[in-house]
Design a protein around this ligand. Structure first.
Ligand SMILES: Nc1ncnc2c1ncn2[C@@H]1O[C@H](COP(=O)(O)OP(=O)(O)OP(=O)(O)O)[C@@H](O)[C@H]1O
Length: 263
């Protein structure tokens, strides 16, 4: 792994504002006879890291994809509240609107498949900015900053296949963050990594999301990954069977929201 000790600094974490970023209600989703989501209510706060755990097939990825507007629920609502703007119902948006939202407001880190192997690290990270219309030179300058923060300075010109698994995953994190995503969705982001590399990847994933006041939703089978998050939901058969608050702030916020009927 590259040196993680001296990356360019991330922005100073703001105090958590406890604004609700995503509020999903009564989500259901079936694939034929399989009920992947059987009535899920979940909220995600600004600056919160939420882990989703549960057995294989319990609906974790379907929930993540539905919150992110990639899957459409059969019924229910996914309200997304951008900072300073009115909430929008992601589930009810037309495909084009949801694609736009994913480009502008959401970041994605999956176990594999989102990086383009033919492109270099810097091109992969610059791409989302270029898609938003930022000229190549400016996009690559910003991308280089993010690669530096990820401890990947000097590796800008390597293709993805020339990086280790942990390095490639940090390129994926940089790519997810370069546009200033307000919510990052990560599905098994450390699934293919050894314990030490996994912990280092979680360091940069948390620092680059909740560390700047943005939210992180992470699906994982790894209890050590979940233990780094503010809250863990456990799913079983398409429902949330258990919820565990790791920080007092998260618990207090949930209690206040429940009392006010907002969560
Ligand atoms: N596109 C699909 N078509 C058909 N069935 C699907 C589809 N996506 C998910 N399912 C089914 O829905 C259920 C929930 O799947 P999901 O991927 O959400 O589970 P998961 O908890 O993420 O599982 P894993 O831990 O194995 O990734 C499973 O029974 C799965 O087979």
């Amino acid at each position: 792994m590259q040196n993680l000790a001296a990356p360019a600094p991330l922005p100073t974490p703001p105090h958590r504002t406890h604004a609700t970023r995503i509020s999903a209600r009564a989500l259901t989703k079936a694939f034929g006879p399989t009920r992947a989501l059987a009535g899920v209510d979940v909220g995600v706060e600004a600056g919160e890291a939420l882990a989703i755990m549960g057995p294989s097939g319990s609906g974790k990825s379907t929930l993540l994809l539905t919150l992110a507007g990639i899957e459409r629920p059969d019924s229910g609502q996914v309200m997304y509240s951008p900072a300073g703007s009115a909430p929008v119902d992601v589930a009810a948006m037309p495909d084009r609107g949801r694609s736009e939202l994913r480009r502008t407001d959401f970041g994605f880190v999956f176990q594999q498949g989102l990086l383009i192997p033919e492109l270099t690290a810097i091109e992969n990270v610059a791409l989302p900015l270029m898609v938003l219309g930022i000229p190549r030179q400016a996009a690559e300058a910003e991308a280089a900053q993010w690669l530096g923060r990820m401890g990947l300075a000097g590796m800008e010109q390597r293709r993805i296949g020339e990086l280790s698994g942990g390095q490639a995953q940090r390129v994926a994190i940089a790519r997810a963050q370069v546009g200033g995503a307000s919510v990052t969705f990560a599905d098994e982001p450390t699934g293919a990594l050894d314990r030490k590399t996994s912990s280092e990847v979680m360091d940069v994933l948390l620092a680059s999301t909740v560390g700047r006041g943005a939210s992180l939703v992470v699906v994982t089978h790894d209890a050590t990954v979940a233990a780094r998050c503010d809250r863990t939901l456990t799913m079983e058969d398409g429902r949330i069977s258990h919820q565990f608050f790791r920080t007092q702030a998260a618990a207090a916020q949930a209690a206040a929201a429940q009392a006010g009927g907002t969560r």
